[in-house]
Design a protein around this ligand. Structure first.
Ligand code: ARG
Length: 466
């Protein structure tokens, strides 16, 4: 009968129940938030004359000792203590006696776990933002060297129009910036203190919720206790934010896998971030981007898992909610290592600009430019221009030459309104640089975009920029 809640029971809990019911083996990750939460709560109780100064003093000393025991590995985490909250409180009482038993006045594990897990998650929203900025800085370094490097821009994975490689990378910078905004807005929205909600209905004790919120760095106090103790939106949001970010990482990874194949040959990943085959001695495999793609699936699973846990819970706290933590811990760990390793893989890869440019010479990438030429210079309606260009493409196919290299006489045969200056328009670099509309690929426009992302990082983290 060693349970804190054993008063109304006459039989001891089975060890099978202990094993099934416990969260201590994973929620111990929240020890720092739990101890800080308890210190804030006790400090408030003392100010409200619910604890004496001596009691507060011994509670703080005890909790600090426990923190030190945990950090040195001496602390004994026991399944029979069920969760970290009870594990720590039990140790506190063993250390300081009766004062330890008063700590839980005006508090429940329901608001306690809501405080701990929410604060842990809030911090992670911010540290992930930092890590995304580091990745973006590395992408910027590569992009800034390739604002003139031609690469086939694709739709349907088919050659479409020539773009430059920096413009392609800049698309990912745009995605990662949106990710940052999502993590930051989740932080703002969820930075609300649950402490003082107690089990579900609040407490008759004269607590000062504003005070504990401030001590714990929360921006405000929650409005409705019934909602607060069972609200896990903050956990769902970080899972969604990580899922979306991993989706972006996975798209880039997919491109890295393709680009590092012989068929593309656009990049070579460094040996440090490639692996070999146990049977085929010649192989160099892109395991890093492949795993990033694969881990994305696992993160989505955690998001779906928690949405499903939450979907039919009656108010307020239900033990189902204990299933909220492992998926979030796993997703956060995955996000952190994924951002770090993708950054390193990008930093150390070799860009094979020559192959990118060579690939642009196949697939009549400047066909749209011929149509645009016919519209602009010959006043031909676009639909007709599209048809004439199709004829020119067919001619190129017949001759086995790309439209950018076709002899002028063949174009003249197709439509005599075409003049020799058309050849300039069909040149691939001209095609890329012609797309000067806002947000377009022209080198001048690409440089504007890179500056925009550079300034975005510089605003908060100039030290990340070289
Ligand atoms: N370990 C529990 C969890 O993670 C803490 C809250 C338990 N509350 C309760 N009423 N049993 O959800």
């Amino acid at each position: 009968m060693d349970k804190m809640w054993s008063g109304r029971f006459s039989k001891t809990a089975s060890s099978l129940l202990d094993e099934f019911n416990a969260s201590i083996m994973f929620d111990r990750r929240l020890y720092q938030e739990d101890i800080e939460g308890s210190i804030a709560h006790a400090t408030m109780l003392q100010k409200q004359n619910i604890l004496t100064a001596e009691e507060l003093d011994s509670i703080i000393k005890g909790l600090k000792q426990i923190q030190q025991e945990i950090e040195s590995g001496e602390f004994e985490w026991k399944i029979s203590d069920e969760d970290l909250h009870m594990g720590i409180e039990k140790r506190l009482t063993a250390l300081i006696g009766d004062a330890g038993k008063k700590l839980h006045t005006a508090r429940s594990r329901n608001d306690q776990v809501a405080v701990d897990f929410r604060r842990w998650t809030l911090k992670k929203n911010l540290s992930i933002v930092e890590a995304i900025k580091k990745l973006m800085s590395e992408i910027l370094v590569v992009a800034e060297q390739h604002t003139e490097t031609l690469i086939p821009g694709m739709t349907h994975l088919q050659h479409a129009q020539p773009i430059n490689f920096a413009f392609h990378l800049s698309a990912y910078l745009a995605m990662f910036k949106r990710d940052i905004e999502r993590f930051e807005s989740s932080y703002e929205r969820n930075n609300i203190s649950p402490l003082g909600c107690a089990a579900l209905a609040g407490t008759p004790h004269n607590v000062d919720r504003e005070m504990t919120a401030e001590l714990l760095g929360f921006g405000s106090v929650s409005t409705n206790c019934l909602d607060t103790v069972s609200d896990r939106d903050f956990a769902l949001e970080i899972l969604f934010n990580i899922s979306t970010m991993m989706m972006h990482i996975s798209r880039l990874s997919e491109e890295l896998v393709m680009w590092s194949s012989y068929e593309f040959g656009f990049v070579e990943l460094s040996d440090e971030y490639s692996t070999g085959s146990s049977i085929m001695p010649q192989k160099k495999n892109p395991d890093v981007p492949e795993l990033l793609r694969g881990k994305t699936g696992r993160v989505y699973g955690s998001l779906m898992g928690l949405l499903t846990v939450m979907k039919a819970l009656p108010l307020a706290y239900n033990k189902d909610t204990q299933e909220d933590k492992e998926g979030v811990f796993d997703a956060v760990d995955t996000a952190e290592i994924s951002l770090e390793i993708l950054k390193e893989a990008i930093k150390t890869m070799t860009v094979k600009a020559h192959n990118m440019e060579k690939a642009c010479a196949i697939g009549h990438l400047s066909a749209t430019d011929l149509a645009d030429y016919l519209v602009e210079k010959c006043a031909i309606p676009f639909r007709e221009a599209h048809f004439i260009t199709g004829r020119a493409v067919a001619k190129g196919e017949e001759l086995g030459v790309d439209l950018s290299k076709i002899e002028f006489k063949y174009l003249k045969e197709i439509d005599e309104r075409i003049d020799e200056d058309v050849m300039e328009y069909l040149a691939l670099r001209h095609s890329m640089n012609a797309r000067t509309s806002q947000g377009g690929t022209a080198t001048v426009r690409t440089k504007e975009q890179l500056n925009y992302f550079r300034e975005f990082i510089a605003k908060t983290n100039p030290e990340l920029l070289v």
